[in-house]
Each structure stands twice: as C-alpha cells, then as structure tokens.
Ligand binder design. Structure first.
Ligand code: GLN
Length: 317
C-alpha cells in the first residue's frame, strides 16, 4: 500500500479543524489569553530533511506557555545534569497542572518538571543567582537559535497579565521556598517563569525548534548537536508520561507520541526519527490541553501510521 501523501493529509486535517464547531474553551485565568480568537488552527510538520509541511495559520504567533518547559528543562539538564532530579521527580502526577496537593506530602519536591511547581523549581535552577533579565535572555536566545528565527519574542502583555493574576503559582513557589527547594528570591523566580511562559512563536518556528528532540538530539538539517541522544530520548520519555498533565494517558492512548501542551493552545509532538510537529488551536479540553490540537494529532498519527506504539488507532470523538 503506498504511504499516504503527508501534504494532502495535513491540508485535509487543517480544513476540517478550521470548520469544526467543537473548539474547547480558551483559558481565561490569564486574562490576556482569554482575548485570543478561538477560531484559529495551525499545524506544521518539520521533516528530517528540513522540509516543512503546513496547514492553517502557521505564521500566527501564539503564547507557548508550558511548552517552554521542555526547553527550560533542556537548559537545566545542560547546566546541572542529573542533579536536576534531586529537585523534581519524573513521574506523572495524575493531578492538574497547577495542583498543590502532592507538594506537602512530598516535602516540596514536585512530581515532574512539567507541572507548574516542577517548572518553577527548574526555573529557579537555571536562574542560579543571575538576574532574571539575563536568564530570560538566555532562554529566548536558545529558542531563537533552535527555531533559526530571531522573531521569536516574549509577549510582555501576556507576562504582565499572568504577573497580576498568578496567585496560585505564587502559592506553589512560596510553599517550595518554605521547604528549602527554591534558592533564589521567589519574585525573581516567578518573574522569570511568567516571562518564559509568555514566549510567543508560530507553529512553523515551534516545529523547527523541536526538531532536535525527534532526531537523537541533533538538528537534522544543520547536524548541530543540541543534546546527547540519551538526553533526547529521556526528554521524549518525560513528554510522553507527563507532557499533558492528568491528560497524559489520554494523549498517549489517542495520539501515541511524546508531546507537550500549553494553555495557549499549542502542542509540540515528536515522531522519533521522522518529524517534529507543532499544532495550535486556542480552545482547551478539561485538562487544559488544546482540544482540536489533540484531535488533529490523533488524525495525523492514525493516517500516517506514526504512533510510537505501532499500529494506528482508528480516530473517534
Ligand atoms: N503559565 C501557565 C501557568 O503557570 C502555564 C500553564 C500551562 O501552560 N499549562 O499557569
């Protein structure tokens, strides 16, 4: 059987997703995100040879939010190696992304680096006594480098919006500080965290930035090594098990790829050895993951036979 034409599959998925009435709910707890038009959809697939196959609004910038946590974890591992795992675990939490309940039982050590508490602890680690501005510059330059595009930026409006309303994250950070897990001043850590979550990118840029994860840590077109093959494999493992919070099981079941979501409606997913995929649609499901983004990835993996678990599942829902 000839393999399906990716260009056709992507175009058909984009057309269907643009017109679907069930779009999920845009996040409103960060007021600035609540103003984004939910009728948008984009998908970009970056292949091994550097080709990009795209559909929808792939040049529209969106707030990557928690997808930034993949890149801050990558930086933290580069800085501290396995010492990262003294600060955060690497088990799925089974709790919502902003949950505080496990933290007391586990003495301020977050379950994994992708829930908010874990990502805040990782931000503290990369801050490492520096000024927030310098660390933010480093994170932003890392993403611009990976995307090979200097137009990746920090959306100051989104960052300010979250600074005004981030009471829950303040509670998490202070709680961890109380357990001695946070070294730097809490306000420095949160300021850095809110701003790296407010990084804005297009799907095209994000797919390119995630390429190293799909190709054993190397940018497949330039050959530049970002992380070792072993580290890339482990980043993918954590994306698979923790990348969608308490919806990670559902994502693995339906899509079957390592992926990381953000409340801006983006998802970065990797097809090891083949492709890096970015999807975006602002409406979220009940776990805070992009509703149409997940559906689009489910269709793509089923039609291309790309699930890491082998035989594609029939799409439903
Ligand atoms: N900045 C957001 C927060 O801390 C990130 C959450 C997310 O994308 N799931 O709430």
């Amino acid at each position: 059987m000839p393999s399906p034409d990716l260009q056709t599959v992507v175009a058909e998925i984009a057309a269907e997703m643009r017109s679907r009435p069930d779009r999920g709910e845009v996040a409103t707890y960060i007021p600035e995100l609540g103003r984004v038009d939910p009728n948008q959809f984009a998908i970009a697939v970056a292949l091994r040879d550097g080709t990009l196959v795209e559909g929808g609004d792939t040049e529209t910038f969106f707030s990557i939010q928690s997808i930034s946590k993949v890149f801050t974890l990558t930086l933290a591992l580069g800085l501290a190696g396995d010492r990262v795992w003294n600060r955060v675990g690497r088990e799925p939490s089974g709790s919502p992304f902003n949950s505080i309940v496990q933290l007391e039982h586990e003495r301020g050590i977050p379950r994994n680096p992708f829930i908010n508490a874990g990502a805040i602890a990782i931000t503290d680690l990369i801050l490492n006594g520096h000024q927030p501005r310098d660390t933010l510059g480093e994170i932003l330059r890392f993403l611009q480098f990976l995307a090979d595009d200097d137009s990746v930026f920090i959306d100051q409006g989104v960052a300010a919006s979250e600074e005004r309303t981030g009471y829950n994250n303040r509670a998490l950070a202070n709680f961890m500080k109380g357990f001695g897990v946070i070294d730097n001043p809490v306000e420095y850590v949160l300021g850095t965290y809110f701003h790296h979550c407010a990084i804005a990118m297009t799907c095209r840029q994000l797919a390119k930035a995630g390429s190293f994860l799909a190709h054993l840590g190397r940018n497949p077109t330039t050959g530049f090594s970002v992380v070792t093959a072993e580290r890339a494999r482990r980043l993918n493992a954590i994306m698979l098990t923790c990348g969608h919070y308490d919806g990670s099981g559902e994502f693995a079941y339906r899509v079957g790829l390592p992926g990381k979501s953000g409340v801006g409606g983006g998802i970065l997913a990797t097809v090891p050895g083949k492709a890096s995929i970015a999807v975006w649609s602002p409406g979220l499901d009940r776990w805070g993951n992009s509703h149409l983004g997940r559906l689009a990835l489910e269709q793509l993996t089923a039609r291309m036979g790309w699930s890491i678990f082998g035989s594609p599942l029939a799409t439903s829902a």
